[in-house]
Design a protein around this ligand. Structure first.
Ligand code: SF4
Length: 361
């Protein structure tokens, strides 16, 4: 069951409460280059990103946030390090949320100025604690960037912010070590009801990053922890969005389209199942229905999985296979016709008027 959290408004979107676990990403263009940054924001939005964070390294970037706000519909988060004045400028420019790292903002007095202005302007804050930038005192006390060190750093800032009457806070505790990240989130989840931004920071790229992110974020989501996610990948941030979607769907917390089950094939499979699967993926690519689709290579596990799915193909021999729908055999068909039968039966499960792609000849 999902952990109960306080809802925090970020522009038109809510993080926490009953709101779906949202997907965020961060632009990696130069914030001062408006055209390339807007293009990337557009691509992120097309991919399904729901909140966009931007680095604000200097005054020029902070002031430009107003222009971005006028030209984008997604909530904008300003990412601030080192200089609290940039946070104040970002608030004036209309940022919907400010991410602050308490380890490098320059002490409580400066944090207090940002909190007070955010309170006046109704802007949310994220306390983004990062293992790489914990204060010297916290590191010495815990003997390094442990889970407890991350939690202590966050709790310290939260108590200070609450003392100023500020509660619109989202928390993140990020370490590049998956186990430490999961442990830190679990510990803070027991102690506060603020929504949590979850992710594994500096995960790298490619398969390694995908595995680390899926393990960290997935482990937390399966325990009901996490209200917004950011997958951190070196490379095009659009990939972060598609990976975040896959993780949320695999954890069963959101559904963005069909879930396709396919067997790995083995010596019993007598057709090109990979080609069959590719065709099913192509046909179903743009669907939003949360259907389960099975594509299975032989009668060992094929009929069982295909029967459990909303619709499925189970190959029976090199001569053909069976299409199942809602637990029943619909038709035996030769391999050459099986996609046609599948497509026809799939249509009957979709909203009226849904047009599926033409079959590849
Ligand atoms: S379903 Fe059949 S072909 Fe696929 S992996 Fe299992 S035994 Fe092999």
């Amino acid at each position: 069951m999902r952990r109960r959290t306080r809802p925090v408004k970020v522009g038109p979107l809510t993080i926490g409460g009953d709101a779906p676990v949202s997907i965020q990403s961060m632009t990696n263009t130069d914030t001062r280059e408006e055209r390339t940054t807007l293009e990337q924001i557009d691509r992120l939005q097309q991919a399904g990103c729901e909140l966009v964070r931007m680095a604000v390294p200097d005054v020029q970037a902070a002031k430009m946030l107003a222009a971005y706000k006028r030209q984008m519909s997604l909530p904008l988060i300003a990412d601030i390090h080192f200089d609290h004045n940039l946070a104040l400028l970002a608030i004036e420019a209309g940022a919907d949320k400010i991410r602050i790292n308490p380890g490098n903002i320059g002490g409580k007095e400066k944090l207090g100025r940002v909190v007070t202005r955010a309170l006046e302007k109704n802007v949310a804050l994220r306390i983004g604690v990062n293992a790489g930038s914990l204060s010297r005192e916290v590191l010495e006390k815990h003997g390094g960037a442990t889970a407890d060190a991350l939690v202590e750093s966050a709790l310290d800032s939260l108590a200070f912010m609450e003392g100023l009457g500020f509660f619109e806070t989202v928390i993140s505790l990020k370490a590049s070590n998956v186990a430490a990240t999961v442990q830190a989130y679990e510990r803070i989840a027991d102690q506060v009801s603020y929504p949590l931004h979850v992710g594994v920071t500096e995960a790298g790229r490619g398969t390694r990053a995908a595995v680390k992110s899926a393990m960290g974020i997935g482990a937390l989501l399966l325990r009901g922890i996490g209200d917004t996610v950011r997958v951190s990948l070196t490379g095009d941030p659009v990939q972060e969005v598609s990976l975040a979607k896959e993780i949320l769907q695999a954890a069963g917390v959101r559904h963005f389209g069909p879930d396709i089950i396919s067997c790995p094939t083995c010596g019993r499979c007598s057709v090109d199942l990979e080609a069959l699967l590719a065709e099913v993926e192509r046909i179903t690519e743009n669907l939003i229905e949360p259907l389960t689709i099975a594509v299975m290579g032989c009668p060992v596990n094929g009929p069982g999985e295909a029967r459990e799915a909303d619709i499925g193909i189970s190959v029976a021999s090199d001569q053909g296979g069976v299409v199942f729908k809602k637990g029943k055999v619909v038709k035996h068909a030769p391999t050459a016709e099986i996609i046609e039968v599948f497509t026809r039966e799939l249509s009957s499960l979709l909203a009226p008027g849904t047009v599926l792609p033409e079959r590849n000849k």
